[in-house]
Every structure is written in structure tokens, then in C-alpha cells.
Design a protein around this ligand. Sequence first.
Ligand SMILES: C[S@@+](CC[C@H](N)C(=O)[O-])C[C@H]1O[C@@H](n2cnc3c(N)ncnc32)[C@H](O)[C@@H]1O
Length: 244
Amino acid sequence: MAQTNHFDSIAEVFNRIWYFSDDYKDFVIHHIREDLSLTPEDILVDIGGGTGTFTSRLADEAHLTHAYCVEPSSSMCSEAAKHENITAVCCDADDFLASHTPFSKMLFKEVIHHIPNRAEFWKTLYASFQNGGKLLIITRPQEIKFPFFEAAKVEFARNQPPFTMIEAELKASGFEVNVIPRSHTFTLSKESWYEMLRHRFMSDLRVFSDQEIEKGIAEIEENRKGNETIDIIDNLIFITATKT
Ligand SMILES: C[S@@+](CC[C@H](N)C(=O)[O-])C[C@H]1O[C@@H](n2cnc3c(N)ncnc32)[C@H](O)[C@@H]1O
């Protein structure tokens, strides 16, 4: 069932405020295609696929005939439904698995920290896959390198499960697991970055009031006076798990 969450409030601006460069998107898409070994025969499920931007590009570039964007925020899901080459399914990860829809590959990009009862979920997922079924989780270490203010870094770490824990859970469920850290650095204008923070582009920022966000921006600004741009170091962890 569709539900209200933080992402309902930012759906309209999500694509606009996520200023990450085309280069960044190319980098992520390239590794998703490789790590999931996507072929035209695959049925891809993008869990928490948001506005479907990545699902649609993957369907297009890997020549998929079936790709689902599974998204519980009704506003985000409505945006995803505008892509004609994918199917938007407005529900959460558990409800999707319970629907017994067949699939061969599953993607969790920046969503794993939202999935409750992961151990149970992996068990059901393992049983749902045929041999050769594969999932890819793209997540971040608890110590984020983003130019956040201190309180935001603490909040991020609090919400983020350690990737070693996810790795252990997957192994315990029977998957063969491979973990690869990859880093990408890009430069934004400071104004673009501050606008992203003001729009609380990551759900970890939702607990901060407007006043706290402005105080946080002033804290970031303190060390960067005189610079027009800001470097964003994105340290990502790619976890692939295969049913062999
Ligand atoms: C940070 S966004 C990532 C969106 C997209 N994967 C991307 O990388 O652009 C996280 C998404 O996960 C969705 N989400 C939250 N809880 C979920 C759940 N239990 N099952 C599936 N998706 C969920 C949110 O609504 C949101 O759209």
C-alpha cells in the first residue's frame, strides 16, 4: 500500500535538487550494469526507485523489456509512472515481495537503511530468486565525507547500518557476497549544495528545523569563505549478493 514518507514532500523537486552531475550518474549506471550483469533477458526490480530516473536509464541502456520501480511514496511513484519504459509499483519492498512477481535482479540504491526486518527480508528474497539471481546494494559507510555540518554527520551515522552488518546478514542467508568500495568526487556551486541541504535532499536531514539548517550552513561556510564551489566526496559501498 502507498504510504506517506519524507520523500512525499520533496518528490516534485527531487530531480531538480539532486544536482549531482551527469558524470556522476554515468559512473553509477556503469557500475550497476556491470555488478548486476544486466542482460536483456533480466527482469529488474529497483527497490525505492524514487522518481524512476535510474530505473528508466537502466531499462533503456541494458535493453530490458521488464523493469519495475517499486516506490512507497505516492508522490515519487506518480513521477516514476511518467516513464513509459518501466512499470511503477506504488508499494514498499515487503509488499512487492509478497506479490510474488517474478524477477531476476534487484537493486537497492541508497535505500537499504529504510528497509525494516532485513534478516527476514533476505530470507524471503533468497527463496524468491532462481539460481543466478543477484541483488546490488549501493550504500555509504557510517562516516560520510559529504560537506555536512557536524550534527548532520552524527544523524547520518545513527540512521545508517554498518555495511559489514549487511554483508554478514546476506552471507547468513546463503548468498555469495562481494563488497567493493568506490569513490566519486564532484564539484558543485556552494549555492546548489546549500539549496540541497535546505530541501533536506537526504532523509537524515528531516529532523532539523529551518533554523538548525541555516546554522549548519553557516558552520560549513565558516571554513569555505571566499570559495564559490564546494567539493563533494561521495564514498560509496557496492554490495553484490548472488544466489548460486
Ligand atoms: C534516497 S531515496 C533513493 C531513490 C533512488 N533509489 C535514487 O537513488 O535516486 C530513498 C527512497 O526509498 C523509498 N523507501 C523508503 N522506505 C522504503 C521501503 N520500505 N521499501 C521501498 N522503498 C522505500 C523512499 O520513498 C525514497 O524514494
